[in-house]
Ligand binder design. Structure first.
Ligand SMILES: C[S@@+](CC[C@H](N)C(=O)[O-])C[C@H]1O[C@@H](n2cnc3c(N)ncnc32)[C@H](O)[C@@H]1O
Length: 273
């Protein structure tokens, strides 16, 4: 029996917002259109396409992968299962990075582990005078980042490789930013919820959660200019350990910033000038 869109929304086992977003995706329409046309009856092909998306969601697949995009720093980014889904917390990393280069003309910026490119692209678009390089060890992730840079009109350089082993210049950068994998490989959250669907290599370092942060902080010293800044995102319980890494690696200071939930989420510091 044919059903109206209103009935489809009312009868869906999904939260109404998710069912509405899936219908918008199937029909390629806006929220306003859907509300105005809620008495319309989708045809069999559209109903079938909706049911396929609904089944994926009911199996736990994150909405961002089903819809293929996610908003970050007020821009829309393409995402695929090759990349971490952008998190609102990571906006603090962008904010911190932009502040660190506020007084630097034409800064050189390096984003290590760029994933979908959200951090590098946000900085490049907000600081069009900056020369931004984005790296990742996953070519599939770099493909997504390059697609986002093209779609958003950001000019960036991309390189493939393992952290600093990506044809980078030494003592060149005014700012290094990174949101590396920092979840302990034994953390049971890795096999629960949305995390099950995200690339494991984007989530965990395969060790204690600090090994990539250690490599990034220690390696920054050889790649930053004197007075250059490093900003890293980390886990809720890692701030003290990360500040200690900054101090032992030669940074003159290390300050941790709290996210909207009050958790120390980003640590940053500068090399002596
Ligand atoms: C937590 S995700 C962050 C992605 C993106 N910057 C963001 O904030 O959404 C970490 C990224 O680091 C990359 N990565 C993991 N190990 C790496 C390595 N050894 N060298 C370079 N990139 C690495 C992963 O492929 C992934 O894209």
């Amino acid at each position: 029996m044919a059903r109206s869109l209103r009935d489809w929304l009312a009868l869906s086992p999904l939260p109404r917002l998710e069912a509405r977003l899936l219908w918008q995706q199937v029909l390629g329409v806006s929220r306003a259109w859907l509300i105005a046309h809620d008495a319309d009856q989708p045809d069999a092909e559209q109903a079938c396409a909706y049911q396929a998306l609904e089944a994926r969601r009911l199996a736990g697949e994150p909405m961002a992968y089903i819809l293929g995009h996610r908003e970050f720093w007020s821009r829309d980014f393409h995402v695929s299962p090759a990349v971490l889904i952008p998190r609102p917390d990571t906006e603090l990393l962008v904010e911190c990075g932009l502040q660190a280069i506020a007084g630097v003309p034409s800064p050189c910026v390096l984003d290590l582990g760029t994933g979908s490119g959200i951090v590098a692209i946000s900085i490049a678009l907000d600081r069009p005078d900056a020369q931004v390089r984005a790296t990742d060890c996953s070519q599939a992730a770099l493909d997504v980042a390059e697609m986002n840079a093209r779609a958003l009109g950001a000019k960036l350089l991309f390189s493939h490789g393992n952290w600093y082993d990506s044809q980078l210049d030494s003592e060149h950068y005014d700012l290094i930013v990174s949101n590396p994998p920092y979840i302990d490989s034994q953390d049971t959250h890795l096999v629960q919820g949305d995390l099950r669907f995200e690339p494991q290599g984007a989530l965990t370092d395969g060790a204690d959660g600090l090994s990539d942060l250690r490599c990034i902080v220690q390696g920054a010293v050889a790649h930053l200019r004197p007075g250059g800044a490093l900003c890293v995102e980390h886990g809720w319980d890692q701030a003290a350990a990360v500040r200690a890494l900054f101090h032992s690696s030669g940074f003159s200071d290390a300050v941790s910033l709290r996210d909207l939930a009050g958790i120390e989420r980003v640590t940053w510091g500068r090399l002596p000038a």
